[in-house]
Design a protein around this ligand. Structure first.
Ligand code: S3P
Length: 460
């Protein structure tokens, strides 16, 4: 049988290094100051990957140097890119070009990184090479069939996989990849991106149809590197994205804008901590990433976008954030793709609001770095916040500024659960503790220092 349940040879689960690192956050004076969060994780992965798939040199400014992105850099090297780090955030990639990848000699270990692993499956699965993917205990639980199914349609073979379509798995790409028209079964930029990246090495046109528009960084960056991409509306909220295959991508400069999903943490911290007034500089305002801002403003948050400008092909703004009362709202399911990573910290904001907040259509949260719906619910329980799950909806009963706290939250190797509940602890009546903060380094290595710089009391 081809689809063996055993581990591919040479595969080892990547260990999270050292012992768990518990961290406690407690309330204190209002947060003050100006901060800039690190580069966007989604764009950082894509800059390296498109650098690999280009001829010539790609100079990247502002790359996120989090563990997830460093894993993607390693994988790009294993596939033939020459990559150097010239200064903090400044990286240079000399690519192998579409069709020019070399077969990796070792397992591609993506650690905690779902985006890196899934996008790179699209890359290797469309080249006639064999590549084995693996990751940590969190990545080993995440569904990969959603990526493998379209790749198999395009001609890739899944040589081995762990039960249920998980890593560790080995993919063998075909001699010639078949272009397809593919409707994604979930609103997922990762599925869309994997198929489009595979389409690069296919003759003819590859089309991805998504019923709900998801983050469009891959499409934008493909164009920036010289590919022909067309985007048409599909239904009330969707898009059909088509790519002409086998372009000659040329290395291009990339300036990585800051990550709105990281900005979300100091932003909510300032809103809920009485007496706070901060500015978060240069936050990316791509409309497919600003669902949290829309929601917080509906809740009555005092957030003022100042000095809107263009940075690296994206609109950015400085966000002035002032603490104040919030009210509960109903968050529509259609907004989920534009704030998919922000629900844990939105649940924290909702805990401090007056009245009930209903977040609809959260099924995709169950397959993130952890089952985030369950992890958020357990965290709210640990903080004494009343809540319930009805189908795919999470309903939080706000405590009107008086959240008891005093509990310990299990983070399940999930960086966003860790950061969300530390933010909560900055304004709860009793401190909040998380069981392990090591995963914060996957997306926001400077989180603790940045928050302490604003005056937060966080003890590790
Ligand atoms: C990402 C897409 C989202 C998001 C993830 C990053 C990307 O995942 O949760 O953190 O860079 O494409 P899905 O596309 O699976 O929703």
């Amino acid at each position: 049988m081809l689809r063996a349940a055993r581990k591919p040879r040479g595969s080892q689960v990547s260990e999270t290094s050292g012992e768990p690192s518990p961290i406690t956050a407690r309330s204190g004076a209002g947060l003050k100051g100006r901060v800039r969060v690190p580069g966007d994780k989604s764009i950082s992965h894509r800059a390296l990957i498109l650098g690999l798939l280009s001829i010539g040199e790609t100079a990247i400014e502002g790359l996120l140097e989090g563990d997830d992105v460093l894993r993607t850099a390693e994988a790009c090297r294993a596939l033939g890119a020459a990559i150097t780090r010239e200064a903090p955030g400044r990286w240079r990639v000399r690519g192998a070009g579409v069709g020019g990848l070399t077969e990796p000699t070792a397992v591609l270990d993506f650690g905690n990184a779902g985006t890196g692993a899934r996008l790179m499956m699209g890359v290797t699965g469309s080249h006639p090479i064999r590549a084995t993917f693996d990751g940590d205990a969190s990545l080993r639980k995440r569904p990969m069939r959603r990526i493998l199914d379209p790749l198999v349609e395009m001609g890739a073979q899944v040589v081995e996989e762990a039960p249920g379509g998980r890593v560790p798995l080995t993919l063998l790409g075909p001699r010639e990849t078949v272009p397809i028209r593919y409707e994604t079964p979930a609103a997922s930029a990762q599925i869309k991106s994997a198929v489009l990246l595979a389409g690069l090495n296919s003759p003819g046109r590859t089309t991805v149809v998504e019923r709900e528009a998801t983050r469009d960084h891959t499409e934008r960056m493909l164009r920036h590197f010289g590919a022909t991409v067309t985007v048409e509306p599909f239904g009330p909220h969707g898009r059909a994205i088509s790519l002409d295959g086998q372009p000659e991508l040329r290395g291009a400069p990339v300036v990585v804008p800051t990550d709105p999903s990281s900005a979300a943490f100091p932003l909510v911290a300032a809103l809920i901590t009485p007496g706070s007034e901060i500015v978060i500089e240069g936050v990316m305002m791509n409309p497919l990433r600003t669902g949290l801002l829309t929601t917080l403003m509906e809740m009555g948050a005092a957030i003022e976008p100042l000095n809107q400008r263009d940075e690296g092909g994206e609109t950015v703004a400085d966000l002035k954030v002032v603490a104040g009362p919030l009210k509960g709202v109903d968050v529509p399911a259609e907004r989920a793709p534009a704030m998919i990573d922000e629900y844990p910290v939105l649940a924290v904001a909702a805990s401090f609001a007056e009245g009930e907040t209903r977040m609809r259509g959260l099924h995709e949260l169950r397959v993130k770095e952890s089952d985030r719906l369950a992890a958020v619910a357990a965290g709210l329980a640990a903080a004494g916040v009343r809540h319930r799950i009805e189908g795919d909806d999470l309903i939080v009963e706000g405590c009107a500024g008086k959240v008891p706290g005093g509990g310990t939250v299990a983070t399940h190797l999930d960086h966003r659960i860790a950061m969300a509940f530390l933010v909560m602890g900055l304004a709860t009546q009793e401190p909040m503790r998380i069981d392990d903060g090591r995963m914060i380094a996957t997306s926001f290595p400077s989180f603790l220092g940045l928050m302490r710089g604003l005056g937060a009391t966080i003890l590790d």
